[in-house]
Ligand binder design. Structure first.
Ligand code: SF4
Length: 315
């Protein structure tokens, strides 16, 4: 990407096919099991990690406990989004930190289950530590980007696009910057640490997914994909070309075909890895002596080949 200041990314976009949800999402109603109809980066990542985990989340919709880390991530994202409501000159670290209590209150109202996180913390010590860690992450952002010189075209942008095959891709982009030249930068905040270089492709998969959706919606290949890691203070960038997006599209079509076969056959295979330690569903997982709940969808005989379950990497 050629040299230019962050402040050059100011022009509004023509986001005709997008809707902007509130910073803290509304609570979801319980829904009956239905076959998957669209793919997001998170759910694509679930299937690549473990097809059975995908089933538990997307088809069975098994409940999961909120985690401190994920909830803090939601809180920090809400604060960074809301900060841009202020005039550019007032987007300071103290102003950002002052938004934390109100955003935490909103989160507790919209997702009452997060209150459980601190149910065993009567004196509020753990909550205070958790909130100060959120402050630290917010402060670190100011060492990585300068919001007084940014005027995002979009924040927390819900995007959805349909491929020629009929596959619908959807997701929420943290921030979209558009330069006066029309060049688009897609930005995602991560409250964790940057991956080691050998795992960068996995981290960029989500960003290429979003780039593909933007390309499909606007016929523009984003100029830059930018991951901002608040946990470690790193920024990872990638400038995609059309061939990258075509490759991701082929990858997603193959992934979707594997998901379709598993949905119809009911054959969702566990794929144990060290990430099982973070899985909420061990009690239902055969790898841990558990039994999945009855499959809630109609089943057809499995197609030959058994799909690509458990063998799909991000790129
Ligand atoms: S415990 Fe591991 S193998 Fe079992 S569903 Fe969860 S991620 Fe998959």
């Amino acid at each position: 990407m050629e040299t230019r200041t962050e402040g050059d990314m100011t022009a509004p976009s023509d986001a005709a096919a997008v809707v902007r949800p509130p910073a803290v999402p509304e609570p979801e109603e319980p829904r009956a099991a239905v076959a998957p109809a669209s793919l997001s980066p998170s759910r694509a990542g679930d299937f690549m990690q473990c097809p059975l985990l995908y089933r538990f989340r997307v088809i069975d919709k098994l409940p999961e406990k909120p985690s401190e880390a994920a909830t803090r991530g939601t809180l920090v994202h809400a604060v960074l989004e809301r900060l841009f409501d202020a005039p550019a000159g007032e987007r300071t670290a103290p102003r950002a930190k002052s938004l934390i209590p109100a955003q935490w209150e909103r989160l507790r109202t919209s997702r009452p289950e997060v209150v459980e996180l601190f149910a065993d913390d009567p004196d509020g010590e753990r909550l205070a530590r958790w909130l100060s860690e959120a402050e630290r992450l917010v402060e670190r952002w100011f060492t990585l980007e300068d919001p007084t010189r940014l005027e995002p075209a979009e924040r927390e942008l819900f995007v959805e696009a349909e491929l020629d095959s009929g596959l619908r891709l959807r997701g929420i982009i943290d921030r979209v910057d558009v330069a006066p030249t029309g060049e688009v930068r897609i930005v995602d905040y991560k409250t964790g640490k940057a991956p080691r270089p050998e795992y960068a492709d996995g981290a960029l998969f989500q960003m290429k997914f979003y780039a593909l959706v933007v390309w499909r919606l606007k016929k523009v290949v984003p100029r830059r994909l930018q991951l901002v890691y608040l946990g470690s203070g790193d920024v990872l960038t990638y400038d995609p070309v059309l061939a990258d997006l075509e490759r991701v599209e082929r990858k997603l079509l193959a992934l979707w075909e594997a998901i379709r076969q598993a949905t119809e056959s009911g054959d969702w295979r566990p794929r144990p890895t060290k990430l099982c330690g973070w899985c909420d569903h061990q009690a239902h997982c055969p790898e841990f002596g558990g039994t999945p709940p009855p499959y809630p969808l109609p089943v057809r005989a499995a197609e030959s080949g058994g799909g690509a379950q458990g063998r799909m990497g991000p790129d």
